[in-house]
Design a protein around this ligand. Sequence first.
Ligand code: P1T
Length: 391
Amino acid sequence: MTSQAGPAGGPGFETRAIHAGQPPDQATGAVIPAVSLATTFAQEAPGKHLGFDYARSGNPTRASLETCLAALEGAAHGLAFSSGMAAEDTLLHCLSPGDHVIIPDDAYGGTFRLIDKVWGPLGISHTPVRLTDLDSVRAAWRPDTRLVWTETPSNPMLLIVDIEALADLTHQMGGRLVVDNTFATPYLQQPLALGADVVVHSMTKYLGGHSDVTGGFLATDDSELAEKLAFHQNAVGGVPGPMDCYLVLRGIKTLAVRMDRHCSNAVAVAEMLSAHPAVARVMYPGLDSHPGHEIAARQMRAFGGMVSFIHAGGEPPALEVARSTELFTLAESLGAVESLIEHPHRMTHTSVVGSALEVDPGLIRLSVGIESVDDLLADLARALDSATYLS
Ligand code: P1T
């Protein structure tokens, strides 16, 4: 895979990942940013300071991260949060009671819970829509619709939404398009360049990359919206601590090389699963059989490290497979160097049970790590071969 040139011939992706927002420290020469623990900053006169006054409002380590990740998304503005959910919540604060949001019919369970259970009672309504079908988006549009929220690839069905086409439609209708880019990362896909208005991340996943930090991010080119978001970021206060910012900055430095390996391992896993008799259906955008394959090939550099599949025998053997792998650890979350396996219906997506987003109980989701691919394939084959199923 080739390096990605920067905006207008500027530094490439990998160079920005390592250097943007983090030049050597002028006072000491330190080549990595300091973890700046101060909660408050000396002022020369009231209101006159060196750019930071109080750590909730801003902190040098957070500023490095915000500059770096905004540069990777090709965004004019970036804001970091204590979790993906805190980022999403801050964005939703920019709506008003009476506003309506079109949401995907496949999305992270926590996103649905936030919109449905937290913002619903506060006057924000929503309609779940299959966003691969633009006619359904048109049909769901209401005069009070303000946002279309999408994930692509989506969690956990790995649906692919045509960002450019959805952005065009959203803008024609007078709304804004939000893309959760957690599964793809800016290395594989840059939604703002395709017309999206806001990018959301759970930094807990590929950006951190090592299952040791929780964080969230918003990126946008819209200065007016960025100002509102910064107001809410400070007023609500769901900000990351300096050590968390440092850990994400460190993770981002290796994002490109990690993603290359996640992607190649995931292709091998998806191909192996496709040929296994215990597997009814494999969802991986890199497979020719995936309905979004062509769109993914157009809007993504490669197809990502997430693979989902439905066990031919339904839930009982799916549960057996999930608990019997050895290298793939049974756990929620995704995007780190180690491989994870989970059962969305009983784990990450319990909050969507009974809604339009409910997932098949025979579904298993894999976060394919960067271990030796032969070991991963053998681990999965062993678990699938030993689980009983009815063909
Ligand atoms: O966990 P947190 O950092 O708050 O991020 C929430 C979030 C937002 N968007 C997407 C697409 C996500 O997948 C998540 C979190 N997802 C999991 C924990 C999971 O296992 O799917």
